[in-house]
Design a protein around this ligand. Structure first.
Ligand SMILES: Cc1ncc(COP(=O)(O)O)c(C=O)c1O
Length: 422
């Protein structure tokens, strides 16, 4: 069997950095995964790990859940993509409509990037305005309008990737999450804003939940300014609850983007919102959005099966309680070992921040000590627990994380504290 080291050597000759998405890379080489089941992954070197990365979020029922696999196998025998509508696709659309409060109408896509790209275009087409606002540290996929960092002073943003035009980035403004003043001031001083796009619970600087009343304030301020509010629920959709973050916190945006869990482990995305806005999408309206694989029946079958699983037997509540217990255990172990930092969690998302007392916004979260995190990552890996390799990512739990796996994660974390201190 060819091991990870050798596969990586071959891979980096043929694909940039040896990986298909940058976050997967870590030194000296990433693990190449051979198989996965439940909450465990096995690499090409024959080692098995408890997985707390879980492919960055789509697998809320675990890897290869039998019910999801059965639904997929059943669909595979009927074809994989039709280039025409199907009843299964309609069933997924209906399920999203029934579960997600803002989803009066839904359009399927293939990824989170596509969903947010279409949603921003739609908000611009609907309002006739060019500007968008995102949060400092918010991530909305790999397209030009959102690959933008805050500029200096009152100018718009600057490209956060080579190849993004300064002319595009100048239309993207940045506010600070959990700071309603920063958003109000921005909206007061700019008449050009089409939409605010934000993760209702931040998930790309680690987990940062909203402070009480914050999302309600965002809703009020955007309404006052006639600005479309887009909750990017690519991570939180069908994760925090069946209604996503908006279901959990009781705040309904104008539009919502989703991906990850809606595909049940297969590629899928969706954007949804008020009928008045969504009716502007082609072919009904003039805002173009399209995709060969959008609404494909295999992803729809998997997504529906996973959502069905999650919405029975009180599964969300049980999973969220387990996550809270793991977060508390991690926090207690840090305190016992005199390791500075804090643990944030929301639903079944969890993050450890080293060296800072709290992480309530992108600015604070990005001040966390990355080298301490890197030592945790490597120490946990040696002890058989696979975390996302970056300090800015999130640990995800699934229904498949049983007592034994969580005990193993706790023990590994406790035993890693000495390494973390360095
Ligand atoms: C909040 C958010 N939006 C959009 C995206 C892009 O999704 P995708 O990777 O499916 O393109 C991500 C990816 O992790 C995300 O976390």
């Amino acid at each position: 069997m060819t091991g990870s080291k050798e596969l990586y050597a071959q891979s980096k000759e043929l694909t940039p950095g040896g990986v298909s998405s940058p976050v997967r890379a870590f030194a000296p080489y990433p693990l190449f995964i051979e198989s996965a089941r439940g909450c465990r992954i096995k690499d090409a070197d024959g080692s098995e790990y408890v997985d707390l990365c879980m492919a960055y979020g789509p697998l809320i029922s675990g890897h290869a859940h039998p019910e999801v696999m059965d639904a997929v196998r059943d669909q595979l025998s009927k074809g994989t993509v039709y280039g025409a509508p199907s009843e299964l696709e309609l069933a997924l659309i209906r399920r999203i409509h029934e579960c997600v409060p803002s989803a009066e109408m839904v359009r399927l896509a293939v990824s989170g990037t596509e969903a947010t790209m279409h949603a921003v275009r739609l908000a611009r087409g609907y309002t006739g305005k060019d500007g968008i606002v995102k949060m400092n540290g918010g991530f909305h996929g790999a397209h030009d309008s959102v690959l933008v960092s805050a500029g200096s002073g009152s100018a718009g943003g600057v490209p956060s990737s080579a190849g993004v035009l300064a002319d595009t980035a100048k239309h993207t403004f940045t506010a600070e999450y959990n700071d309603i003043e920063s958003l109000s001031v921005l909206l007061d001083s700019r008449g050009v804003i089409a939409c605010v796009i934000m993760e209702p619970v931040m998930g790309n600087v680690g987990v940062v939940p909203p402070e009480p009343g914050y999302l309600r304030d965002v809703r009020r301020v955007t309404e006052e300014h006639g600005v479309v509010l887009i909750f990017d629920e690519v991570i939180t959709g069908f994760r925090l609850s069946a209604g996503g973050a908006q279901g959990l916190y009781g705040v309904t945006p104008d539009m919502t983007t989703m991906a990850k869990i809606v595909g049940g482990g297969f590629p899928a995305g969706a954007f949804a919102g008020k009928r008045e806005i969504m009716e502007n999408v082609a072919p009904r309206g003039k805002v173009y959005a399209a995709g060969t694989f959008a609404g494909n029946p295999v992803s729809a079958a998997a997504g529906l099966a996973q959502i069905d699983l999650m919405t029975r037997d009180d599964n969300y509540r049980k999973l969220n309680i387990r996550t809270g217990a793991l977060a508390k255990a991690f926090g207690d172990m840090m305190a016992d070992a005199d390791v500075d930092g804090c643990v944030n969690y929301a639903g079944s998302m969890l993050s450890v921040f080293f060296g800072i007392p709290r992480a309530t916004c992108g600015r604070e979260a990005m001040m966390a000590d990355r080298s301490m995190f890197d030592r945790l990552f490597r120490s946990m890996l040696k002890k058989g627990v696979y975390l996302p390799p970056s300090a800015l990512e999130v640990d995800f739990l699934s229904l498949a994380h049983d007592d034994a796996s969580l005990r193993k994660a706790e023990e590994a974390f406790g035993a890693s504290m000495r390494d973390v201190k360095g």
